[in-house]
Design a protein around this ligand. Structure first.
Ligand code: ADP
Length: 266
């Protein structure tokens, strides 16, 4: 578990806007070990999505480096899978065809049957057995997000980036999806980065929670989550989880400039 698979070394990134340069990340450092799952939280607009685009090779840092599996990232790579708040499924394809799409692009040596078997296996794993031939609009929001997750991991990416994938779902559906994520990770190992605004989600899913400062973002605080491996919702209601939640809330207030840094609760 100790070898870093994702390494972000002193990354600086600024956007050029009509009103001048907008520094977004400044000296950001992040390391996720192979098989690890880190949640990144921070104030709105601090640069979390920018960070995911840098890891995915969709953006180049102005300074610093992003390494994946010992290789410097110079552009998009198929070892990265991504899922977003909006599942962006193609309406003219069935759910099965949507999930198979990445295999058609990156796994050209697989036969059609092998692709279909792989997609069907994942759809069953996330509870979508029987919905393979439906169109995206025939599914609920939670089901579409399950399909989007299958599509993100169908080509067995080593790195999975989840950018607020559950943010648009109601609380009960979201908790169901959290449980599904643990089941998926147990069967389909990946090294993950989860961007979220939901601190309970971060505690439930991640091994480590990284709080970013306000823009331009740097790593402000790192919390090792005491829960390891798959967990039950009840774990969120223990005194330890309540303490972790309070510390994280306070850290976010500091990042937002709403609490002085010296008041950090340890
Ligand atoms: P977060 O995900 O933390 O909400 P983002 O990484 O999406 O933050 O954006 C950080 C800041 O950069 C925001 O102020 C946003 O408006 C700005 N931004 C994002 N993308 C661009 C872009 N392509 N051009 C200019 N500004 C951008």
């Amino acid at each position: 578990m100790d070898k870093p698979l994702i390494e972000i070394k002193g990354v600086r990134h600024a956007y050029q806007t009509q009103t001048g340069e907008l520094p977004v990340l400044d000296g950001l450092v992040l390391s996720v070990p192979e098989g690890g799952f880190s949640a990144v939280v921070g104030p709105s607009g601090c640069g979390k999505s920018t960070l995911t685009r840098l890891i995915a090779g969709l953006l180049k840092p102005d300074e610093g480096e992003v390494w994946l599996h010992g290789e410097l990232v110079r552009g998009p790579k198929s070892i990265v899978g991504m899922a977003f708040q909006n599942p962006v499924l193609l309406e003219w394809r069935t759910i099965l065809q949507n999930v198979m799409l990445p295999l058609e692009i990156v796994s050209t040596k697989m036969s059609r049957q092998e692709r279909e078997d792989r997609a069907l296996h994942l759809l069953a794993l996330v509870g979508l057995e029987g919905f393979e031939d439906k169109r995206p609009s025939e599914l609920s929001g939670g089901m579409r997000q399950r399909a989007s997750l299958c599509r993100a991991i169908v080509h067995k990416p080593e790195v999975l980036i989840l950018d607020e994938p559950f943010a648009a779902l109601d609380a009960f559906t979201r908790e169901d999806l959290w449980q599904t994520m643990h089941a998926v990770k147990a069967e389909e190992p990946f090294t993950g980065v989860l961007i979220t605004h939901d601190l309970r989600e971060a505690i439930f899913l991640a091994d480590e929670i990284v709080v970013l400062s306000g823009r331009p973002a740097r790593t402000q605080y790192v919390m090792d989550v005491h829960l390891k491996g798959p967990r039950d919702i009840e774990h969120l209601y223990t005194p330890r989880s309540a303490d972790a939640l309070n510390i994280l809330r306070h850290q976010i207030q500091i990042a937002q400039g709403r609490a002085p840094a010296e008041e950090i609760a340890q």
